[in-house]
Design a binder for this molecule. Structure first.
Ligand code: LLP
Length: 446
């Protein structure tokens, strides 16, 4: 389910016409559907309810404060991976006790901030990090709980940039190292090592790789129990797929049905389960709207050059990701029946949908069959709610896009479009002076 559909050839977000938003806010703009986010969270909770999991929404997928508030209002907590995300979580009103803090390279400053805030669970990724966290707990007189991220060495079947649970990635530690770390941890220390954390990659379109990883985690739990270490928490991370192409993503219950038989006995013994979904909640809840600036033919190809490309949505060029793209207003005979690369419609034209940046890799789609496009037309790029705005950048001095949240027949701006002045803000003398008073220029330099 998502809140975006064509009615009489015009695209709507829930009960708001896209044209209305573009008319007021302009392009590029990300538009999110509140109801879709709530619905996806509810379906996930429902599917996994026999395991009573704690949901920790992955902030990195869509960190806008209004989106986080919406998620928090459903009762979920947050999955954080940096001091910046902790800052955001607190600003959004999250209870730090309902947050998990992962990340392979937490600095002492970030660790101290998370300890001071009272983050509920640290997902630590190495023996050195565990030792550092323990000593920061002692130094600050704080106690905390941690889970150790393990690398289960499974094949998640996803893009190489986002496959984390394969052997020899930088994430977590292998099973032998994990056992050694657990056995070496002083269980009287103020840092209680209580759990195992997994996040094997993203997106993962079948339950099978999770099952391999869960089996390995449960067997490690048994071994550790024999050695006197109790595992109270199993955090399964995120990674569930989203519907980039209609019907592509298994529903939450397809994952849950396969997980339940394996996990139910351990849960009955008191094991707490954590899930850290991001993409499966927000990807289909967001679209990116861009405007065609020019069209042209060159070298045997047709191009639609838009007012944003990989600066707003880097996924096509960085991960070869497919995002369905369609004009926000079309004749009735061009309403797409499904979101797929080549919908079964007449008179489509094959076009490269590209951005304005000075790189050949700056595209949103290549060889895409679309209704003939004209200058000024608005295109909707679907399934852009996850890792869209959160990975947007200012390359070519492009101001970051605006963000809008639709809820029923109401909509509001949730992030203003950056201005050109915003681009200069951190380079202004007054800002620099506040950051680091510059020493007088040395006269002794040659
Ligand atoms: N937990 C941890 C520890 C993670 O590293 C991630 C995502 C998640 C949870 C949430 O995973 P999700 O449910 O969203 O799949 N930029 C890439 C995706 C990178 C995912 C990074 N980690 C993309 O656009 O495909």
């Amino acid at each position: 389910m998502d809140g975006f559909e064509f009615r009489d050839g015009r695209l709507w977000a829930e009960s708001v016409a896209i044209e209305e938003i573009v008319g007021e806010v302009g392009t590029p703009v990300f538009v999110y559907s509140a109801e879709t986010i709530r619905e996806h969270l509810a379906r996930l909770s429902e599917a996994f309810s026999p395991l009573s999991p704690q949901l920790r929404f992955s902030v990195k997928s869509c960190p806008n404060l209004s989106i986080l508030k919406l998620v928090l209002d459903t009762g979920a907590g947050l999955d954080l991976v940096s001091g910046g995300e902790l800052h955001r979580a607190i600003a959004a009103g999250a209870d730090p006790a309902q947050c998990v803090f992962a990340g392979v390279g937490k600095t002492d400053t970030e660790i101290d901030a998370a300890l001071a805030a009272g983050v509920g669970l640290f997902n630590v990724e190495s023996g050195e990090e565990l030792a550092t966290l323990t000593s920061r707990c002692e130094a600050l007189g704080r106690s905390a709980r941690a889970a150790l991220r393990i690398n289960p060495e499974v094949e998640p079947g996803t893009h190489r940039h986002t496959a984390t649970g394969r052997r020899a990635t930088k994430f977590g530690v292998d099973l032998a190292e994990a056992a050694a770390i657990f056995k070496g941890h002083d269980h009287r220390s103020p840092l209680r090592l209580v759990g195992l954390h997994l996040h094997i990659g993203s997106p993962i379109a079948t339950p099978a790789p999770y099952l391999d990883a869960i089996d390995k985690a449960l067997s490690l739990r048994d071994d550790l129990r024999k050695a006197g270490c109790t595992i109270e928490v199993l955090d399964l991370g995120g990674g569930f797929a989203a519907d980039y192409t209609t019907g592509q993503a298994p529903p939450a219950k397809a994952y849950a049905e396969r997980f339940l038989p394996r996990l139910a006995p351990a849960v009955a013994e008191g094991l707490e389960i954590i899930l850290e979904p991001g993409r499966s909640i927000v990807a289909n809840a967001g679209i990116l709207l861009v405007r065609v600036v020019f069209t042209k033919n060159s070298g045997g190809r047709r191009f639609a050059i838009c007012d944003a490309g990989m600066n707003a949505l880097i996924r096509p060029s960085h991960y070869d990701a497919f995002h369905f793209i369609w004009p926000a207003r079309v004749g009735e005979h061009w309403v797409p029946p499904r979101r797929e690369a080549a919908p079964p419609l007449e008179d489509l034209e094959v076009v490269d949908v590209v951005g304005p940046l000075c790189e050949t890799g700056d595209y949103l789609a290549l060889d895409r069959a679309l209704p003939p496009l004209a200058r000024g037309e608005v295109l909707a790029v679907f399934t852009a709610g996850a890792y869209g705005m959160s990975m947007a950048n200012r390359y070519n001095s492009s101001p970051l896009p605006a963000e809008v949240l639709v809820d029923g027949d109401r909509w509001r701006l949730i992030r203003a479009r950056e201005s050109y002045d915003d681009l200069l803000e951190h380079e202004r003398p007054a800002r620099l002076a506040r950051a680091l008073p510059s020493p007088p220029l040395s006269t002794s330099c040659p």
